[in-house]
Design a protein around this ligand. Structure first.
Ligand SMILES: Cc1ncc(COP(=O)(O)O)c(C=O)c1O
Length: 389
C-alpha cells in the first residue's frame, strides 16, 4: 500500500511540513498583499519577505554584505549564478571563459553550462570523480591554473549521495582567486552549513528537499554586485529576479530551515540510523549488490545501490506495485534515461550500469517501513533475476 511510511524518495522531494504549511497559510489569505505595494497590506508582505531573508542569512551565518535572492527553484538560482559569471566575462573580453564543473553535477548545472557553451558564451571542463564519486582534487587543483571564471561543484550528489570535500574546494578556489558556486540543494537539507567558516561565493538550494513547497529556491551571494539579471521586469529582488515575490513560499522555506536547525542533530541521527539499517540489511541479504557513492562521506538519509544484471526500471516498478516509492536516479531524469551516467562516471563495469537504485528516507520513514522495503526488494530482485535467467 502506498502510505507515507513507504515513501523513500525524499531526495526527489519532501512533503510540506505542517509547520511550514501553517507559517505560510496567512499569506495566501488575510496577509495576501504584494510586497511592492506601499499600503499596509503590501507592507505586511514586504516585512514577511525581509524577515525570511534575515532568517535564512542567519541560518547559514552568511558573512556581512551577503545577500539572498529568492527564485522559483534551485535550477533557476544556479542559472542566475552561471549566466552572471559567463555573460559578464564574455561582455568584458569578447571571449568565452572557462567554467569547471564536476562529473556528477545535477542537470541544473551541467545543462546550463553546456547550453552556454553551445551559445559560445563559455567553455566547460568536467573534473572527474573517483570510484566513490569524490571529486579528483588533484585534477581540480591543476585545472584551477587554467584561470577559470567560475567553479561549480555540487555539495552533495543527488543520485549517489556522496558529500564533496566542500571546504577543500573553497580553500583551493580562494588560493586561486576563482569564485565558487556550490549547488547545495541536497547538502543543506541534511547539514548545517556555516558560510562564514566555509565561505563559498554562491550557494544555491531549494525548498522542496527540506519540507517546504516546490517552486521556491534561493541563492546566497557573498558579492551580490557580481550578479547579472537574466529575468527583466519590474526590478524585484533588487533587480536580479523580476516578478512579484512568492510570499507564502518564501515564508515557508525560511520556516523549513528554522525547523531543520531546531531539530538538528536528532533529525540527522534518525536519518543516519535508518540509512545504516537499510544499507546493512541490503548488503547482507541481497546477492550481487554494491553500495554506490562514498560509504562515509554521504548524505545522512541517502542509500544508493547497484544490482548486477538488473534493469532498475523493472525493480522500481516491482517495488511501486508493493507500495514502495524509490528512485532510479534524479527525479527529473528517471522518466527518460535508462543507462545511468553517474554509474559510468564512477567506473562501474557494464553489467552493473543499468541496476542503480536510490533509496532516501525522511521524517515519516520508520525502522518497520525500512524492513518492509528490504523484504520487498529481496523478493523483487530474486524474481527479476529468475525471470531473466
Ligand atoms: C543536487 C540538485 N541540484 C539541483 C536540483 C534542482 O532543484 P529544483 O527542482 O529546485 O530546481 C536538484 C533536484 O533534484 C538536486 O538534487
Amino acid at each position: 500500500m502506498a502510505t507515507i511510511e513507504n515513501y523513500f524518495d525524499y531526495a526527489a522531494t519532501t512533503p510540506v511540513h505542517p509547520r511550514a504549511a501553517a507559517a505560510m497559510q496567512r499569506y495566501f489569505q488575510s496577509d495576501f498583499g504584494n510586497p511592492s505595494s506601499a499600503h499596509a497590506f503590501g507592507q505586511v508582505a514586504f516585512h514577511a519577505v525581509q524577515a525570511s531573508r534575515d532568517s535564512l542569512l542567519t541560518h547559514f551565518n552568511a558573512p556581512a554584505g551577503s545577500e539572498i535572492v529568492f527564485t522559483g527553484s534551485s535550477t533557476e538560482a544556479a542559472n542566475l549564478v552561471i549566466w552572471s559569471r559567463a555573460i559578464d566575462f564574455y561582455r568584458r573580453t569578447g571571449r568565452p571563459g572557462l567554467i569547471l564543473i564536476s562529473a556528477t553535477e545535477h542537470a541544473a548545472v551541467r545543462n546550463t553550462v553546456s547550453q552556454l557553451e553551445a551559445y559560445g558564451f563559455c567553455r566547460m571542463k568536467v573534473i572527474p570523480v573517483d570510484s566513490a564519486a569524490i571529486l579528483r582534487l588533484d585534477v581540480f587543483e591543476a585545472s584551477l591554473a587554467e584561470d577559470p571564471v567560475l567553479v561549480s561543484i555540487i555539495g552533495a550528489n543527488n543520485e549517489l549521495g556522496t558529500v564533496q570535500p566542500v571546504r577543500e574546494v573553497v580553500r583551493m578556489c580562494q588560493a586561486a582567486g576563482v569564485p565558487y558556486h556550490c549547488d547545495a540543494t541536497q547538502l543543506v537539507a541534511h547539514s548545517l552549513l556555516d558560510l562564514t567558516e566555509c565561505p563559498v561565493d554562491y550557494l544555491t538550494f531549494s525548498g522542496h528537499k527540506c519540507y517546504a513547497p516546490k517552486g521556491i529556491g534561493a541563492l546566497i551571494a557573498r558579492e551580490p554586485s557580481s550578479l547579472r539579471a537574466h529575468i527583466f521586469g519590474a526590478g524585484q529582488e533588487r533587480g536580479l529576479r523580476a516578478g512579484t515575490e512568492n510570499v507564502p513560499y518564501i515564508v515557508a522555506i525560511a520556516e523549513a530551515y528554522r525547523l531543520l536547525k531546531e531539530t538538528y542533530p536528532e533529525r540527522v541521527r534518525a536519518e543516519t540510523g535508518l540509512r545504516e539499517r537499510l544499507i546493512g540489511r541490503v548488503l547482507d541479504e541481497v546477492p550481487d549488490v554494491r553500495l554506490t557513492g562514498d560509504p562515509e562521506s554521504r548524505l545522512s538519509n541517502h542509500a544508493s545501490f547497484s544490482f548486477k544484471g538488473i534493469d532498475s526500471l523493472m525493480l522500481q516498478s516491482a517495488l511501486d506495485q508493493e507500495g514502495y516509492a524509490v528512485s532510479i536516479g534524479s527525479a527529473c531524469r528517471s522518466n527518460q534515461v535508462r543507462g545511468q551516467q553517474q554509474l559510468v562516471e564512477i567506473g562501474l563495469p557494464p553489467d552493473w550500469l543499468s541496476g542503480g537504485l536510490r533509496i532516501t528516507n525522511g521524517l515519516y520513514s520508520t525502522p518497520e517501513s525500512v524492513d518492509g522495503l528490504v523484504g520487498a526488494l529481496k523478493e523483487a530482485v530474486s524474481k527479476i533475476r529468475g525471470f531473466l535467467s
